[in-house]
Design a protein. Structure first.
Length: 211
């Protein structure tokens, strides 16, 4: 078996597509390619099944290291971890195995991730809509996002209107243009229209603060 071409692809070219002279085509992480010293013109003395086993073993070793390196830096959702591993050239089967291993170790936990994300973003002055949008992008289901937001707000007695008022404290709400700018800022930070209008007008209405 001889490699006739290697093409790098994907973000930061972390994945390699390798074609062999016998028609075999492989998609492999660039880390695995480097570890095995694979390059154009490389001739493998192993039988095809032995060579594929070597690649699989090497991919498992590097994939596990990659997963642990990622989780050591910050928390990930299952969806994000899958994206990162597959983007780096690790196939679905290995990615599933690595994620299952991280779940068993409780290093991946979407419920914990959602709770922490909602808490830190609310405390930082963001409204539910922005928080929900970010979590949806991270692969979290809409119902789970809403439940987490409502749960945190109720459990911590978090005052969304007070948080919104803090975001526009510097605006002169008696001035029409200033109040419009304040309204746009609140909406941009994820507070819904009803809550933003209440805060601008000085009206307090605790209904439908999250939706």
């Amino acid at each position: 078996m001889k490699i006739v071409s290697i093409q790098e692809s994907g973000p930061k070219k972390r994945t390699c597509f390798i074609t062999f002279d016998n028609g075999l085509e492989l998609r492999i992480s660039k880390s695995v390619v480097g570890a095995l010293g694979l390059k154009k013109g490389f001739e493998c003395a192993l039988a095809e099944d032995e060579f594929l086993l070597l690649i699989a073993d090497t991919a498992t070793r590097f994939g596990r290291k990659k997963a642990f390196d990622l989780i050591a830096r910050r928390d990930y959702t299952v969806f994000e971890m899958r994206q990162r591993l597959e983007r780096d050239g690790y196939d679905k089967k290995l990615t599933d195995e690595l994620i299952a291993h991280l779940l068993r170790l409780d290093l991946l936990n979407d419920d914990r991730y959602i709770e922490g994300f909602c808490a830190t973003r609310l405390q930082a002055g963001y409204g539910p809509h922005v928080i929900a949008q970010k979590l949806l992008q991270k692969g979290i289901k809409e119902d789970a996002v809403r439940d987490a937001l409502v749960s945190y707000i109720e459990k911590e007695e978090f005052d969304l209107e007070e948080s919104a008022r803090e975001q526009i404290a510097k605006y002169d709400l008696s001035d029409h243009k200033e109040s419009q700018r304040a309204f746009r800022k609140l909406v941009a930070r994820g507070f819904n229209y009803g809550l933003a209008r209440n805060v601008i007008s000085g009206t307090r209405d605790v209904s439908s603060l999250v939706t």
